[in-house]
Design a protein around this ligand. Structure first.
Ligand code: FAD
Ligand code: MLT
Ligand code: ZN
Length: 474
């Protein structure tokens, strides 16, 4: 086994002793969910691309595995080390320079460690929009967003992270730097290497910089929290929203009553904006530029048509920016309050939109057979066919949820596979879902993924055990 000390000395030389931290620092070795608690040889915090390259080279020579990490808000345990104490965590959070903003070209070039909210703010400062929006935007980083191909609440209009990136700078597993920081819209000069790294979850390279796309600012919003009786009604309302909102439809999110109840119980200041309870709710938002005048009318038309069709029973429309924030908090607060409520089993699934209603209806009773009293806290990006079909334990019985977890997840994933859906819509596979994903993919697909990994990282030093399970016999 490698003697760790010579490597630690090299790491200190590479980034300065103050930026090599102990390997048991909870901020870096425990994930946001608290489910994955690892231990590292050290946590290294380089301040530049050159320093990242020096760290990667040193670890490659010492054959020591590396775990790239951004804001550590990932939900599948991909950014924290395993329990061996042999892995080095490479945190990008000191790399937070906005390198260039070009409002005319519609691009922004940033270090990988820049926090998503800071990218949004830098875009807003030049009257542009960087549309990616996640509940974790105050702490997740662009490098992490790219590595997970994050989704969020603006995918419906602007697409996933991979649709928002034009070029990347990446440190390869052998320490060489690939400078692909091109902001070109058109570049058909071979394989698309940028897209190869997007969604690779730190297993193929360490992203150190990115050129991202900007869009016209959308300062105007029309927002409503709508009671809908069923998921089928939510989907019917989505069809109306697409017709009435057109290109202005920016967000269409769903939450069940259990999700709202948890927010009302645990989020300070949260208030139910509607009088009568409903089984399901939708947060719908139209967004437009300064010259888009008709948003409020379009929303009103949409809501009237929804009520006429029986797809909506009531709605609270935001009449001020503060009211809009309050409605958004009901949706964005759900992850946080679920954690407060206790043990949570997360399932981030995509289904064909037309199958969402039947699938959800069938799933409830099936899960009650596995664990009577289990509480589905269902919410997510229904406009993208993406449900967070998360489960909380029967009240006071966290242990039972953990014991039943394999059976509950298998029932959900089998039902997703039967609809040709995906068992990870936007959070990635990390450590939590690598094995499950492999069991639902064809041999050909898994072989192709392994071939890419082998070509770029033949010694398997970048994030081993994440996204791909170790090959048989290793
Ligand atoms: P980390 O958690 O640090 O890392 C995530 C993965 O990326 C790991 O595999 C890590 O190794 C890799 N990685 C990180 N940085 C780099 C890099 N520079 N180079 C190479 N690999 C790297 N996700 C969504 O998609 N949609 C949501 O709506 C959403 N909402 C959330 C709400 C809350 C409250 C929370 C806590 C999380 C939410 N997430 C959501 C999940 C999470 O925020 C995203 O996955 C985010 O993209 C992770 O960014 P991060 O910087 O925290 O990455
Ligand atoms: C969200 O959309 O709020 C998150 O992606 C869901 C989660 O925390 O499970
Ligand atoms: Zn989500």
């Amino acid at each position: 086994m490698t003697d760790p000390h010579p490597l630690l000395d090299r790491l200190r030389e590479a980034v300065g002793a103050a930026h090599v931290l102990a390997g048991d620092d909870e901020a870096y070795v425990v994930d946001w969910t608290g489910v994955h608690r690892g231990r590292a040889l050290a946590v290294v915090r380089p301040g530049s691309t050159e320093e990242v390259a020096a760290v990667v080279r040193a670890c490659a020579e010492a054959r020591t595995p590396l775990v790239p990490q951004g804001g550590n808000t990932g939900l599948v345990g991909g950014g924290v080390p395993d329990g061996s104490g042999r892995q080095v965590v490479l945190s990008l959070t000191r790399m937070r320079t906005v390198r260039e903003v070009d409002p005319v070209a519609g691009t922004i070039t940033v270090d990988a460690g820049v926090v998503l909210a800071d990218v949004q703010a830098a875009a807003a400062a030049v009257d542009r929009l960087f549309p990616m929006s996640l509940g974790s935007e105050g702490s997740c980083t662009i490098g992490g967003n790219l590595a997970t191909n994050a989704g969020g609440t603006a995918v419906l209009r602007y697409g996933m992270t991979r649709e928002l990136v034009l070029g990347l700078e990446v440190v390869l597993p052998d320490g060489r730097v690939w400078d692909g920081l091109r902001g070109l819209r058109k570049d058909n000069t071979g394989y698309d290497l940028t897209q190869l790294f997007v969604g690779s979850e730190g297993t193929l390279g360490v992203i150190t910089g990115a050129v991202l796309r900007l869009f016209p600012a959308t300062p105007r919003h029309a927002t409503a929290w709508v009671a809908v009786p069923t998921v089928a009604d939510a989907v019917a309302l989505l069809t109306l929203a697409q017709r009435e909102g057109g290109a202005h439809l920016a967000t269409f999110e769903i939450a069940n009553r259990q999700a709202l109840d948890l927010v009302l119980a645990h989020l300070p200041g949260a208030v139910d904006p509607l009088e009568a309870p409903s089984d399901w709710y939708v947060l719908v938002e139209l967004a437009g530029t300064a010259s888009d005048d008709g948003l409020d009318d379009a929303l009103e038309r949409l809501l009237s048509l929804g009520v006429e069709a029986g797809a909506a029973t009531d709605a609270a429309v935001a009449t001020s920016p503060a009211r809009r924030d309050a409605l958004w908090a009901l949706r964005e607060g759900i992850s946080e309050v679920q954690k407060v409520e206790g043990a949570t089993l997360k399932h981030d699934v995509t289904l064909p939109i037309a199958r969402l209603a039947d699938w959800t209806e069938a799933m409830g009773p099936r899960l009650q057979e596995v664990l009577p009293g289990v509480r589905p806290v269902t919410y997510g990006h229904v406009g993208d066919g993406n449900l967070h079909y998360n489960l909380n334990a029967p009240v006071g019985r966290d242990r039972d949820l953990l014991d039943a977890a394999p059976d509950l997840s298998r029932a959900i994933y089998d039902a997703v596979a039967a609809e040709h859906g995906s068992i990870s819509a936007e959070h990635g596979l990390g450590r939590t879902k690598a094995a499950a994903a492999a069991s639902y993919k064809s041999e050909v697909e898994v072989d192709l993924m392994r071939a890419l990994k082998q070509a770029l990282d033949p010694d398997g030093l970048l994030n081993p055990g994440v996204l791909l399970t170790p090959p048989a016999g290793t």
